[in-house]
Design a protein around this ligand. Structure first.
Ligand code: FAD
Length: 353
């Protein structure tokens, strides 16, 4: 560029004074039957970073039945919240969209946070959509990265787009709060600080049961004990289309058994019916964060990568030295997975015997 080229000045963004009044980062503390969903703690870890960048407080939002919410607030303090907004009412006993939307919008309108984060779970997705439309604000769903654009204090929310082939960063400049959902295990779990304290701000909800159209008639637990628990596994051995035939996928199971690992797979393997959908890792499958992820015969397409790149250690086995997975794997083995998998299984069997 020539020195005479005109330098374009970046226009200073002026936030509407009405919106500038919104302050603080909030995280919805999701719970069911006395158990907080771990994604809430992961979001507090991420929310802490955002709040520190903005120089504001980090708050948890607990909507619960009378007498139920205090322990959740204490736990939220241990995971980094400075304060908790606690709304307790008999109508908040089980999750239902009407009372939770009403409660959350009432809290937002009263205390005016600038950022509101929720887990991209069944409950979080349901609530985030209705809260955003009720408040007429912006919501970025299924984010893979969150930061603050310090030029204008806006939340920069990154997520895959165009079928996962691109990542885009979305900002909500003219509306508040700025809302985002994040899938479980996308963000790391913050360290729990025993004894850390915070303030609780209680706020009532004036809503009669008679005004709510949805009724909870029964609770049928989703029995996931026999289902694969990929998102929380420490070791995962995953197989891809490079294994060529369904019979060869047994080699992945064999290594996983010796290592005490879960079995994962790329999408083509699931689509071919070699393993069930619960084992698919990636954009349209599970997001995982194991200590060790072994990928055999997987190319490393972006849609697979977004689901596993948070692993502490990625070992890739691929016979193509130019396979994209070698760009981000910590250890790469160029070779035939059909030979290497049984060799590794035998080596670990002897080592761990
Ligand atoms: P391939 O791309 O066919 O790669 C096979 C690899 O195996 C190659 O790198 C090859 O060199 C290697 N290989 C071959 N033979 C051997 C051998 N003997 N030993 C060792 N290596 C060998 N994909 C996902 O995985 N998860 C998702 O959630 C997901 N969601 C998607 C969502 C959308 C909207 C779209 C459009 C796509 C999605 N995909 C997803 C598909 C993704 O784009 C890729 O097509 C897919 O990840 C490729 O799977 P693969 O690596 O198993 O197969």
């Amino acid at each position: 560029m020539s020195n005479d080229a005109p330098v374009k000045k970046k226009r200073k963004f002026e936030l509407d004074p009405r919106l500038a009044a919104y302050k603080g980062v909030w995280v919805f503390i999701e719970h069911e039957r006395g158990q907080v969903h771990p994604v809430s703690w992961e979001l507090l870890g991420e929310g802490r970073k955002l709040a520190d960048m903005l120089g504001v407080e980090l708050a948890g939002v607990v909507l619960a039945a009378p007498g139920e919410g205090q322990p959740f607030c204490q736990e939220a303090f241990a995971y980094g919240a400075d304060l908790c907004y606690l709304m307790e009412s008999p109508v908040l006993k089980d999750y239902r969209n009407d009372p939770f939307t009403r409660g959350m919008t009432e809290l937002v309108n009263t205390y005016q946070p600038e950022v509101l984060l929720l887990g991209a779970t069944t409950q979080g997705r349901d609530l985030a959509g209705s809260v955003a439309t009720t408040l007429a604000t912006g919501l970025t769903a299924d984010c893979t990265g969150l930061t603050i654009d310090l030029d204008n204090r806006s939340l920069a929310a990154t997520r895959p787009t165009f079928g996962g082939s691109l990542l885009c960063t979305i900002v909500t400049l003219n509306y508040r709060p700025q809302m985002a959902t994040v899938r479980p295990r996308v963000m790391g779990m913050p360290e729990r600080q025993e004894g850390r304290e915070g303030r609780i701000i209680e706020h009532p909800l004036a809503m009669a049961e008679e005004s709510i159209i949805t009724k909870v008639l029964d609770y049928i637990p989703d029995d996931t004990r026999d289902k694969p628990q990929l998102p929380f596994a420490d070791i995962i051995v995953s197989g891809g289309k490079g294994l060529a035939k369904p019979e060869n996928f047994q080699l992945v199971w064999d290594l996983a058994r010796v290592l005490g690992a879960e079995v994962g797979a790329s999408r083509p393997v699931v689509q071919a019916g070699w393993v069930e959908l619960d084992r698919q890792v990636g954009q349209s499958g599970k997001t995982v964060r194991p200590k060790l992820y072994i990928a055999a015969g997987i190319s490393g397409a972006i849609q697979h990568r977004v689901g596993m790149e948070g692993a502490d250690c990625i070992v890739a086995i691929n016979n193509d030295p130019n396979a994209p997975i070698f760009d981000f794997a910590h250890y790469g083995i160029v070779g035939d997975a059909l030979q290497l998998l049984p060799a590794l299984t035998e080596a670990f069997r002897q080592k761990l015997a």
